[in-house]
Design a protein around this ligand. Structure first.
Ligand code: HEC
Length: 502
């Protein structure tokens, strides 16, 4: 130590800057683990403190600090799939747009047809079989719900979104019963909505599209362009927000939506998330609350496909702002909230599947606000994401329309990181904490790039160096001032330093 005067100043800079950086996963990308990575080139031109280059299969996951994930294609045998649910740990119940339902076993990879569906019109535009949902007591009563287009009995050219329920047993549907039709019927072949979700009290939510008659979304007497809330039998819950209001249909829970194909109830926060296709540039993610008006077509961030302005602008009194909107449009379809310990860094994040491009938009939701949007899994083949579900194993299952594929994204269970999922790698801790002194070019601190400064120190042995780094040594502060770092993380950082010095 030649001079210790500037240390105080440096310490203050260090204290001010690094703990925050460490709290924000994704602010740098220096994990060193790659799964199924080809061997890195023998010669590395890296300087100490620089992150390991990433040679793995998923650069888009590396960007968000996930380096030990595996993406598996479970099948590519589906024809225009739309949605799925887990009916057991191993089995998925899937819908195909043309009106077929299938059960897929993710272990045996067997695909079985489900028999007993009613007639479902399909073949034109967005007319067909859509979402599927399970009764909250499905495991004992076998009841499922599915949304689909129906024809007006007196004029088959006129159609509406409807929901049926049935009992599923041994690949056979019985007691099929239509419980809802989103009248009025219309000629348009698009904007059916059709997403289904149950909340934790057992109420069923249904999204209905505006059927391309925009103003109907604001008409409280019509069921198109709405969020509907029903009991499991299709009856009106007595606490629905408009019960007793003569001008509004009692089944309406919220109004003013365009074409919502994503609906997800998050039991942890009791929030109902919706994703909807806007006009050009106006795709939205909303948190749906009772009695609210989500503005379509009075307010929107989009323009008409002919680029004419729609409505009065982006805001109006009494109308909700979206939680998030996409510019330009990505054609938002499914939405899910990640909950689980397989990807703890994503806990509570929204996963939005677009129909444009094969990727997922990961939205980081903090205190009710979207803090960042990251495209992930751009490496997937097969675009148009139709459904995303978190499996009972906490892996992420993705259904793509193009190629009729089901993907599973899971963490590599052979990876040691699973045991300490929140633990940061030595490289990362070094870069974020230690580099501020040991790679700052100052001769006050022993520089990692200067092997001479380390000869005597290394001679003490690994255990002593780790102990000094954890408890402090001379003018080296304990843990390099990182109160948030675990002992294991500091040891990993020392190991990283010693490797660089070899
Ligand atoms: C605020 C500046 C600062 C930070 C931050 C810092 N160090 Fe140090 N470190 C020092 C100084 C100064 C010394 C030399 C201490 C001495 O010899 O008196 C040192 C020495 C060391 C030594 C050698 C100890 C010995 O026995 O000679 C190790 C190992 C070490 N640091 C590891 C780390 C690790 C790991 C981190 C990050 C977690 C870190 N340091 C962060 C300033 C820092």
């Amino acid at each position: 130590m030649k001079n210790s005067a500037p240390i105080g100043l440096l310490l203050r800079i260090v204290i001010a800057s690094f703990p925050l950086a460490l709290l924000m996963p994704g602010c740098d990308s220096s994990e060193e683990k790659g799964v199924e990575s080809p061997a890195p080139p023998a010669k590395s031109k890296r300087k100490p403190g620089q992150p390991e280059p990433y040679y793995g299969d998923f650069p888009s996951l590396a960007k968000v600090n996930i380096r030990n994930a595996v993406l598996e294609e479970l099948t590519r045998d589906l024809q225009y799939p739309w949605a799925f649910e887990f009916i057991s740990d191993r089995e998925l119940l899937l819908t195909e747009f043309s009106g077929a339902m299938k059960i897929f076993n993710i272990e045996s990879r067997e695909m079985l047809p489900v028999e007993g569906l009613p007639y479902i019109p399909s073949g034109k535009g967005q007319i067909g079989l859509m979402d599927v949902a399970l009764h909250p007591e499905f495991s004992s009563n076998g009841i499922i719900y599915f949304s689909h287009a129906v024809e007006d009995a007196s004029n088959p050219e006129m159609r509406a979104t409807s929901v049926s329920r049935a009992r599923l047993s041994g690949g056979q549907l019985s007691r099929v019963e239509q419980i809802f039709v989103a009248t009025p019927f219309g000629k348009s072949t698009s904007n059916f909505g059709g997403a289904l979700a149950f909340d934790s009290e057992g109420y069923l939510y249904i999204t209905t599209g505006d059927r391309s008659v925009r103003d109907n979304a604001q008409n409280p007497g019509l069921l198109t362009g709405k969020i509907i809330r029903l009991t499991d039998e299709g009856a009106i819950p007595p606490d629905n927000p408009f019960v007793g209001d003569d001008s509004t249909d009692d089944r309406i829970f919220a109004l003013g939506v365009r074409n919502p194909q994503g609906l997800y109830f998050d039991p942890a926060t009791q929030r109902l998330f919706e994703a909807e296709h806007g006009p050009m540039g106006g795709d939205e993610v909303n948190i749906i609350e009772a009695g609210r008006n989500y503005g379509w077509p009075v307010i929107t961030y989009g323009a008409n496909y002919t680029t004419h302005r729609i409505g009065v602008g982006t805001a109006a009194a009494g109308m909700e702002q979206p939680l998030y909107y996409f510019l330009p449009s990505v054609a938002t379809s499914p939405i899910a909230v990640y909950r689980g310990s397989m990807f703890p860094e994503w806990d509570g994040d929204l996963l939005v599947g677009p129909l444009k491009g094969g990727r997922i938009h990961k939205l980081d939701l903090v205190d009710g606000v979207i803090k960042s949007e990251q495209p992930i899994l751009e490496e997937m083949e097969g675009g148009r994401i139709r459904d995303i579900k978190i499996g009972p194993d906490e892996a992420i299952y993705i259904l793509t329309q193009s190629g009729g594929r089901i993907y599973r994204l899971r963490r590599d269970t052979d990876s040691e990181e699973l045991e300490h999922p929140r633990e940061r790698s030595g490289t990362r801790v070094y870069r974020v904490v230690c580099a501020s002194c040991h790679s700052n070019g100052s001769d006050i601190f022993p520089q990692l790039a200067d092997p001479d400064a380390w000869i005597d120190r290394l001679a003490q042995g690994q255990a002593v160096l780790e102990e000094h780094a954890i408890n402090g040594f001379g003018t080296m502060p304990a843990k390099g001032l990182c109160d948030l770092c675990s002992d294991a993380e500091i040891r990993a950082a020392v190991r990283y330093m010693v490797e660089q010095l070899r």
